[in-house]
Design a protein around this ligand. Structure first.
Ligand SMILES: NC(=O)c1ccc[n+]([C@@H]2O[C@H](COP(=O)([O-])OP(=O)(O)OC[C@H]3O[C@@H](n4cnc5c(N)ncnc54)[C@H](O)[C@@H]3O)[C@@H](O)[C@H]2O)c1
Length: 348
């Protein structure tokens, strides 16, 4: 374990998986808002450099623990030695395709890790919990926009882990009336912090549209594959609800505030409520950055859905949060990050 100590002695927020894409952006907003932050990460999909950059952006220190949330001893020591009163739980494996080929790794890490974390929280009396869920829990949507009451289903092992963890958290809330959980169902986070020093750092060929676009624009890949132009959407390409990662990060602060005032379980969509097609995104990117994004139409991918976007009204009502940033801001910030860090954090 490596530690750096933060100055103030007010209780800290424990952030699991804080070195990752969404975790780094959330830690920046937590630190800027005056919270003390303890981060645990095993760096299976990230690097300590990302946390150093969070400290640089904010001028504040993160207490960084290198460890695995499945390691009960590490968690117990962590929670007993530090005044931690709430948890934001990002740590998980997240590649849908890999979850199909390595289901055990996903169930072990995502469910086993959460069970170990919850047991340690229960023992330490930590009862406020914000969980990274996903719009994938809606499976193949029957009606749009998606409200939180839409039917839930898992179409792959990754989605099954999110659905199962939501269920476990809901059961915890039934068992302990003081337990407060907000499951945040993210739509499609993209973009980067305005500083351009933190951002998404995919290890392999990205599965998601946005990092693929930026890698094409930077010249790492010859063209973008558009998987199908015969979907039942306004231009035939797949439609998603892209949300700026900084807006998403701020949603976590709103959820923390809510969980301080309300016990019980709440599932809340974090999206913009707007559907953007692949071609809309390509055009917005070209417009925002002046870069061309050559693209070719390829067959549909197995498992993809035509369209998905959020009804974000519950987040407005319960959390007093709404997404503020435009598609152009998502594109411009993502491009600044990619240009300054063509190999992600590995160059540093
Ligand atoms: N990025 C998305 O599009 C998206 C969408 C919906 C939900 N989510 C969820 O949000 C969360 C964060 O996603 P992200 O995009 O920042 O992913 P990420 O891979 O960048 O971050 C996850 C972090 O967790 C760490 N980690 C994984 N397993 C761990 C373990 N057992 N112990 C300690 N650390 C561990 C990784 O090293 C990484 O730093 C995940 O739970 C993911 O499933 C992401």
């Amino acid at each position: 374990m490596s530690h750096s100590h933060s100055a103030a002695s007010a209780p800290s927020v424990l952030v699991t998986g804080g070195a990752g894409y969404i975790g780094t952006h959330t830690m920046v907003e937590l630190l800027n808002a005056g919270h003390n932050v303890v981060c645990i990460d095993n760096f299976s999909n990230s690097s300590p450099e990302a946390v150093r950059r969070v400290e640089k952006i904010t001028g504040r220190q993160v207490t960084l623990v290198e460890g695995d949330i499945r390691d009960t001893d590490t968690l117990q020591v962590l929670l007993s030695q530090r005044p931690i009163d709430r948890v934001i739980h990002f740590a998980a494996l997240k590649a849908v395709g890999e979850s199909v080929s390595r289901p055990l790794a996903y169930y072990d890490n995502n469910i086993g890790g959460t069970l170990a974390l919850l047991a340690a929280c229960q023992q330490a009396g930590v009862r406020r919990f914000v969980f990274s869920s996903s719009a994938t829990v809606y499976g193949n949507p029957q009606a749009l926009p998606l409200t939180e009451d839409a039917p839930l289903s898992a179409v792959n092992p990754y989605g099954a882990t999110k659905l199962m963890v939501e269920r476990i958290l809901e059961d915890m809330c039934h068992a302990d009336p003081q337990f407060a959980v907000v499951s945040l169902r993210y739509f499609n986070p993209v973009g980067a912090h305005d500083s351009g020093t933190i951002g998404e750092d995919p290890r392999d060929i990205p599965n998601n549209l946005f990092p693929f676009i930026t890698q094409v624009a930077v010249g790492k890949r010859p063209h973008l594959n558009v998987f199908g132009n015969d979907w039942p959407t306004h231009d035939g390409t797949g439609v998603r609800d892209y949300i700026h990662v900084v807006d998403l990060a701020l949603g976590h602060l709103a959820a923390l505030d809510y969980s301080a005032q309300q016990s019980g379980y709440a599932a809340v969509n974090l999206g913009t409520g707007r559907g953007t097609s692949v071609l809309d995104m390509v055009h917005a990117f070209e417009h925002a950055t002046g870069q061309r994004v050559p693209h070719v139409v390829a067959p549909r991918r197995a498992g993809d859905i035509a369209a998905c976007w959020a009804d974000p009204t519950r987040a407005e009502r319960l959390l007093n949060w709404r997404a503020q940033r435009s598609l152009e801001q998502m594109c411009a910030s993502g491009w600044t990050w990619q240009q300054g860090n063509p190999d992600g954090y590995r160059r540093s």
